[in-house]
Design a protein around this ligand. Structure first.
Ligand code: NI
Length: 200
């Protein structure tokens, strides 16, 4: 009887330990999710001011009432940005004139290189509906903070620098509410319906 009781207690002890570990795991996962998925502000609550590739000032109020698709990047980006912009051009082609009222913007995280003129040449390679936006370092920092995007300068072995940056494409409804993110390399069968939902 004493022995049986001891065994029962033993299992109870293991059970408690497993429950504790599972609980800890769940807590850690929740913590990680919470830091990874930080949603951008509604456009109506954003405070950035930038300059477009034609040299015109742009602020969030200019975009209110239109669906919005925004991506952060830079023209020197070797792979992620050109791939994403090619994807965006394909999505726009598939959507056709339905996407004409969509605001499509690339916000540069490399304002030292990405002047309005450089951006104008760059976005013209993809789709005439894509706007390039740049500004001072502080203005870019404000935009990134509003969109909850991160970026940082990385010095390469050859002494040049490149930029690490958040890669998702952010979608907003015409009232400025955040709609969804299209992940890097997301299949167009998922990406295009996400955009279409912001247009309706
Ligand atoms: Ni990039």
């Amino acid at each position: 009887m004493r022995r049986r009781r001891a065994v029962t207690l033993g299992f109870g002890g293991i059970g408690a330990a497993v429950a504790f570990m599972l609980g800890l795991g769940a807590w850690q996962t929740r913590g990680r999710l919470r830091t990874d998925v930080v949603l951008p502000l509604p456009v109506s609550e954003m405070n950035w001011k930038l300059t477009d590739h034609l040299g015109e000032p742009v602020s969030p109020s200019d975009w209110m009432g239109r669906p919005i698709m925004v991506f952060f990047g830079f023209t020197w980006c070797p792979d992620v940005c050109p791939t994403t912009l090619s994807d965006i051009a394909l999505w726009l082609e598939e959507l056709g004139p339905d996407a004409d009222r969509l605001v499509v913007a690339l916000i540069s995280v490399d304002p030292d290189r990405d002047t309005p003129g450089v951006l104008a040449d760059y976005v013209a390679n993809f789709d005439p509906r894509i706007i390039g936006l740049t500004g001072s370092a502080d203005q870019i920092a404000q935009a990134a903070a509003d969109f909850r995007v991160t970026y940082r300068r990385v010095i390469r072995d050859d002494g040049e620098y490149t930029m690490d940056h958040t890669a998702g494409v952010y979608l907003f409804r015409p009232d400025g509410r955040f709609a969804s993110i299209i992940d890097f390399h997301e299949d167009r069968r998922f990406a295009v319906p996400k955009i279409r939902r912001t247009l309706n």
